[in-house]
Ligand binder design. Sequence first.
Ligand code: C2G
Length: 447
Amino acid sequence: MKKVITYGTYDLLHEGHLNLLHRAKELGDYLIVGVTSDSFDRGRGKLNVRNNVLERVEAVKATGYADEVIIEDYLGQKIDDIQRYNVDIFAIGSDWVGKFDYLNEYCKVIYLPRTEGISSTMLREQTEEVYRIGIVGSGRIARRFVPETKVVNSVKATAVFDPNKESADAFAAQFGVKAYFDKYEEFLENVDAVYVASPHLTHYDYTKQSLYAGKHVLCEIPFMLSAAQAYELYDYAEINNLVLLEASKTAFCPSFNHLVTLVKSGVIGDVVDVKTSLSKMVSAPTRELDVVQAGGAMNEHAPLALMAIIKLLGKEYSDFDFHSKVENGVDVYTKVVLNYPHATSSATLGIGVKTEGNMVISGTKGYVYVPAPWWLTSFFEVRYEDQAKNKKFFYSYDGDGLRYEIQEFMSMIVNHRKSSYKLRRRDSVTVAEIIEKFNLRENYKEI
Ligand code: C2G
């Protein structure tokens, strides 16, 4: 029996795909089709795929050409598959000519003619609705945001709001958007969605006003400084069919997502300890060191670190405590410990104390090591007692990494999804709750 294998995303399955699958099937007796996973596609820069992997697998099955459908999830998998399934022919469209010649070592490689005049990109563009996003704040993160919107479908940055007219104008001139500085309502009237990147203490008000005006909101970290505020706004968004998402960058990155799925699937056994660390040294004068502007290591860095712990261990922690070094009223260093019935965790956060910014997840069978800076990593390793079993994982982390959260936000809007499995609302509320406990100085000790 002659076995043929082919791979693809098969987004918005079209005639080009049908022709390709038909031709591939005719090359042999048994056709295996590898459909790319969502994270694999994101990892290879295909950010704007419209159908999720389950929908794409169903579409391929419905063509009737595939005898077997498998998921392609990692770089190098084609070599593994060809050997594992005893494949005779690897077939792929002619847009890939030359790219897969290296597979000749394992089987015959055939490039099939590509159907001209149709592609998933074309279909996506034809059916695409573009949402105007307005940016509140014109600081460092807002500047990194605009270029990242350009690689995501369905969104265009069109406006900026900053009460400081000069900053708003400078930002508008640099990025080709319209500036607003006094009337927030007017800014809201001219956008469909809002990215809140203003100082911490203003997040709640700007987000609330935007939601009340019927706009979807992506809000920077720290999202809210109390659980009640987070609850209230998520509730309002839910009832009013609006998307509200915490811009917890790392939560949406391909590497971190895969790490969570691997750990949940038991590769290191039961998780017993999660240690994360995040430090960025700052020097005065800066808002991070200003008590009036909710400065401090905890408000600054806890959102990402706690998000990671909660995603790995859940929100049902049994007790917690904080140990801080304080200067001029702000914590320049905080160690937060969260204990669970069967696990413990800690985050060491610094703005005036330097820590090693890695993450180590210890389990009963092995551990995961994510080197610094873990929050924007493109690499991690699963390690065991028997080092021969260690496995390294590499991912792309494109641009400034904001594209992943923007893509998730837009996909939620376009597909009318109000929650994201990458960052559940209840997890986001728990992060706010722990930050609130710190700001109330519960279980708190100065060192
Ligand atoms: N195709 C085609 N004609 C088109 C469009 C696509 O023949 N008009 C073919 C592609 O050449 C490919 C298959 O259909 O063989 C799937 O295409 P995509 O969904 O675009 O997936 P792709 O990114 O090509 O996947 O591991 C993934 C593969 O390496 C490539």
